[in-house]
Design a binder for this molecule. Structure first.
Ligand code: FAD
Ligand code: FO1
Length: 483
């Protein structure tokens, strides 16, 4: 059994977050943002580290019951994807461990328990993940690596600062695409008991036979062998909000994501450029929930397009969204810690919004009226209803939806807070850098320019229902999204 020592994971994807030296012991891949087995540079790097050190790999997912803004709708989708991850890893004889409790603590406990030699995490620009990693670094004496498995061009390679907009990051990304848009190496299978690729003796310690679960510390549990998903779900669903129902329109998991990608490429890509801004046309990929949970790699989607489809306005505009827009969001969140507050807006936007703070608002709604879609505007109510009932608002409507919240709320801060609250509570793809950036673009002019000045908006780009009516059949959209 040859040990794959090198999966050609480009070094520019990898950053070591502490100065510790590799020790002899299993390598933990701490799966978090990129919840998939195939096309996962972080998993591949953990395997190549383990191969070079002649040791084994354990994939661990630290499940917290209190992920901000997350509820039944999101956890149900995520857990379904994780169950498939465990099945796929087990088929390759790569052990998977679901650990619960506070992630930094439970990771440190697992590393201690199996005397791990290193931990590999996946890059995530959100503050919560940076906090988890800096907390973990304080509790371990082994290397913690961070691998960008989410972006085609790694966020830290594309730029070393916050970019002004798509027009400034696009050339930087395009210049590097040749280096990073490569085919993924095949993920090998590891025969059971194949010498060093099996877990070291210490892992046996995990399987202590307490019904398959051991407790590595108060509140921290480590599954062993196959995870007791029903038990986990029972405990999790008893402790989170179940007010927002599951979305059954979209099937979770890596296989379903691949099927959806193939369906989009063969049936919808050809009309994407013309129809993508028409919420009545089923012309967009619907891939954002699977991308958010990392159940498919954006690089996989791009590779499949470039392999099969000729360069044309449809592929260009889809890849612009999938690569430039999506990676611009990571750039914004990574370099701007105020990505979810008024402070994070560009200076010109703060100035203009400040000078219109006292403007008379034609309407002022409170959170409950927004949440229950009880405004005077049937088009806005339809967009809110689409998000609440289907778990995914059409991209064009998200801009209109957020801009009306700015127009009919007492302050820009309240507007941003309301938009993020509703977006993260109801969007299956919420709690994502794309969402914080989308709200900041709509309300605070991030990545946009100044437009003609008007009440409340100042020079922030304005949208109204007349503009929507010119673009698509608003009555049809309202009719299909009635509560
Ligand atoms: P497609 O048009 O098929 O695009 C394919 C992929 O490209 C998307 O899945 C996404 O990864 C990326 N993409 C497309 N548009 C954008 C964009 N404007 N910015 C960044 N990436 C983009 N996206 C989220 O993933 N989560 C959110 O919570 C979210 N909230 C938003 C809130 C507002 C106010 C706005 C204006 C935009 C928001 N977006 C969010 C961005 C965008 O609307 C969605 O990514 C898109 O609608 C997802 O649907 P799709 O996958 O069918 O899109
Ligand atoms: N990541 C984790 O590592 N552990 C979790 O328990 C967890 C829960 C969760 C719930 C909803 C949600 O939308 C995301 C969640 N994430 C969790 C993070 C997710 O994996 C993504 O990394 C980020 O949300 C996107 O950057």
């Amino acid at each position: 059994m040859t040990k794959p020592g090198n999966f050609s994971v480009n070094n520019k994807r990898i950053q070591q977050l502490n100065g510790k030296k590799m020790e002899r012991g299993p390598v933990i891949y701490w799966m978090s943002r990129d919840q998939r087995v195939n096309d996962n540079w972080a998993l591949l790097h953990a395997l190549e580290l383990a191969g070079n050190m002649d040791t084994s790999v354990v994939v661990a997912f630290a499940l917290t019951f209190s992920f901000p803004g997350a509820n039944l709708r999101h956890y149900a989708f995520m857990l379904r994807g994780l169950m498939e991850v465990e099945r796929k890893l087990t088929a390759k004889n790569i052990p998977f461990r679901l650990i619960t409790g506070d992630p930094p603590g439970s990771l440190a406990a697992l590393a201690e328990k199996i005397r791990a030699g290193a931990i590999v995490s996946d890059f995530d620009p959100l503050k919560i993940k940076k906090e988890w990693k800096s907390e973990l670094v304080k509790r371990i004496d082994i290397p913690l690596f961070d691998v960008d498995a989410h972006n085609i061009v790694p966020c830290r390679a594309a730029s070393d600062k916050q970019e002004f907009g798509a027009y400034t990051i696009r050339p930087k990304i395009k210049k590097l695409l040749g280096e990073f848009m490569v085919e993924f190496p095949e993920l090998p299978s590891f025969e059971k008991g194949s010498g060093s690729w099996m877990l070291t003796r210490s892992d046996e310690g995990l399987n202590t036979g307490h019904g398959g679960e051991i407790y590595s510390g108060p509140g921290n549990e480590v599954s062993a062998g196959t995870t007791d998903w029903e038990g986990i779900k029972k405990r999790l669903f008893a402790s989170i909000s179940t007010e927002v129902g599951e979305v059954d329109r979209l099937v979770a998991g890596e296989d379903a994501a691949t099927e959806m990608m193939n369906g989009f490429l063969s049936n919808k890509l050809a009309v994407y450029n013309d129809k993508r801004n028409d919420p009545n046309a089923d012309a967009v990929s619907d891939m954002s929930p699977h991308l958010h949970f990392g159940q498919i790699s954006a690089q996989r989607i791009a590779l499949e397009i470039l392999k099969v489809f000729p360069k044309d306005p449809n592929t260009d505009s889809f890849l612009e969204e999938l690569i430039v827009r999506k990676e611009l969001s990571d750039n914004f969140c990574h370099f701007n810690p105020n990505y979810d507050s008024f402070e994070g807006f560009p200076e010109w936007a703060k100035t203009t919004l400040n000078s219109h703070r006292k403007d008379e608002r034609e309407y002022i709604y409170d959170t409950e009226e927004w949440e229950l879609a009880k405004t005077h505007d049937p088009l806005w109510n339809a967009a809110q209803t689409e998000m609440v009932t289907k778990g995914k608002m059409h991209g064009y409507m998200r801009m209109y939806w957020a801009k009306k919240i700015l127009e009919w709320t007492s302050s820009p801060e309240k507007a941003l807070e309301t938009a993020i609250y509703l977006n993260d509570k109801y969007e299956l793809d919420g709690r994502d850098p794309n969402g914080y950036t989308g709200c900041a673009w709509s309300i605070g002019g991030v990545h946009d320019r100044a437009w003609g000045e008007r009440p409340v908006f100042g020079k922030i780009r304005y949208m109204n229902d007349k503009g929507c009516r010119r673009k698509f059949n608003t009555d049809l959209y309202i009719g299909t999204n009635r509560d």
